[in-house]
Design a protein. Structure first.
Length: 479
């Protein structure tokens, strides 16, 4: 048995306070009945469940990549309150109106970066969209080609639909982009986030952006980008409903995945029932039958108390850490994937350890996706450095293979002794004992009071924006 909402157990501190003061042991029989009822109601609020064996279900899905323009012109105010906020609200509508679609998200300026790999997890996507912060946009200017190339790399599907949320960039023509999209079977859809009249671009000091001659910059929509959507059988629109219809008609080469559906047997109503029995015993003349009731329920209550002391998530995490230290990365991965929690901080730690396990097994694609999910939920320096590391591994792999034979010969001539294998050997900065991966750390995290979800939402860290801004180029026309 496990509890979906264990944070409600904090309510039991009221009873603990009464025990410390000694008031609890001087209560009348009726009052003790109310206390017992309160305990059972708290357990019911914690929502106890018995996890069943997961069921494998086949689902058909289609891939769509959302490319969000993060250039400086997206701060213009011709769309209220500004273009980026307007794009975020439109993205939220798109998620709610589409089904059987895996969305990937990338941000682009003069370069592009993956913000979320392809996923059907709407909660992660909604959290990501709400975290986009226009105040951290520093790069002026944007380009379509880097976003197209990255969007094509994100999906293995034969045909991919791409939706650009942009003001059209400042490109004059899109001949190369059209050729690339046709060559790689891509539908390009444009959701225009600017108006023909345009708008000014406010600065942090309350002023507006001026050009080199001191004139106020007015950023307008670039309708030339429509040639890209027309040439690839996409749509150019300002309506989310048209984007939804276009994605539906562009569904080709459907893919199939096997999804594990977790089923839980709910137990809360048993505790509510028992709580009401004790309440009525205390409030009415049924108290004379209390001992008969306890005899009927005694054995089951003992079993439930034993189960109450278990925490399946903590057990799974501890096993995963032990397997990881022993070098049994397959078993570690299985243990980490059994952890189910609604706490985003814990989810981030779990995804981080899953990524580390994939790296040890040299499954870098899966590791990359897990690191990005961890960074999306909570930015950590360790996850960011490991993500950068595995990107370099692929480039260095070919060089390493060529040097391998030479190194073996040199080692054999230098020494005849063989070094024994040790689990967890790598030059990566991965340490389960220091990177929020110890059992003490996860236990501490689970003991925290659950914060309000509005407080949990934090803007994307400045480090993530630096990954985009660091690749920017200086342009004479900032609009």
């Amino acid at each position: 048995m496990t509890f979906i909402n264990p944070e409600y157990f904090w309510l039991l501190l009221f009873i603990l306070a009464m025990m410390i003061r000694g008031d609890l042991f001087h209560r009348k029989f009726e009052s003790m009945g109310y206390v017992v009822s309160f305990v059972f109601f708290v357990i019911a609020l914690a929502r106890p469940v018995v996890e069943q064996e997961p069921l494998d279900t086949k689902e058909k899905y289609y891939d769509a990549v959302v490319a969000v323009d993060l250039s400086y012109s997206m701060r213009a105010t011709d769309k209220k309150p500004n273009r980026l906020v307007y794009a975020k609200e439109s993205l939220d509508q798109l998620l709610k109106k589409t089904t059987q679609t895996r969305f990937g998200v990338l941000g682009f300026t003069t370069n592009a970066i993956i913000l979320s790999p392809l996923t059907q997890d709407r909660e992660i996507l909604e959290y990501l969209f709400s975290s986009l912060d226009e105040n951290l946009i520093l790069t002026r200017g944007s380009a379509i080609m880097p976003a197209l190339k990255l969007a094509r790399e994100m999906s293995d599907a034969q045909v991919v639909s791409v939706v650009f949320f942009s003001d059209g960039t400042d490109q004059e023509e899109f001949t190369k982009e059209i050729a690339f999209a046709k060559n790689y079977n891509m539908y390009i859809n444009i959701f225009m986030c600017a108006t023909p009249m345009g708008g000014v671009i406010p600065l942090k000091d309350g002023e507006v952006l001026h050009d080199q001659n001191g004139h106020i910059v007015v950023s307008r929509q670039n309708q030339r980008i429509r040639s890209l959507s027309d040439a690839t059988n996409g749509v150019y629109t300002t309506s989310i409903d048209e984007i939804v219809k276009a994605l539906h008609h562009q569904r080709e080469g459907e893919m199939e995945q096997i999804t594990k559906v977790m089923q839980n047997e709910e137990l809360f109503y048993y505790f509510i029932f028992i709580g009401f029995i004790f309440f009525f015993i205390s409030a009415t003349s049924l108290k004379r039958y209390m001992f008969v009731l306890l005899l009927l329920l005694g054995l089951e209550l003992d079993a439930d108390i034993l189960e109450f002391a278990r925490d399946d998530n903590y057990v799974a995490f501890t096993k995963g850490v032990e397997f990881y230290k022993q070098g049994e990365y397959n078993h570690a991965l299985e243990s980490f994937e059994k952890i189910h929690t609604s706490e985003k901080q814990i989810q981030a730690v779990v995804y981080f350890n899953i990524a580390n396990s994939y790296v040890r097994m040299e499954q870098f694609k899966e590791a990359k996706e897990a690191y990005i999910k961890s960074l999306t939920l909570q930015y950590t320096k360790e996850a960011d450095e490991n993500l950068a590391y595995i990107r370099k591994v692929k480039k260095q792999k070919n060089v390493a293979n060529k040097k391998k034979d030479k190194e073996i010969k040199e080692q054999r001539s230098a020494s005849k002794t063989k070094q024994s294998k040790q689990g967890g050997g790598s030059n990566m900065k991965i340490d389960t004992s220091t990177n929020n991966g110890s059992s003490d750390s996860i236990k501490k995290t689970q003991g925290m009071i659950k914060l309000d979800m509005n407080r949990m939402k934090r803007a994307l860290s400045s480090k993530q924006y630096e990954l985009i801004n660091a690749r920017s180029i200086n342009e004479e026309k900032p609009w």
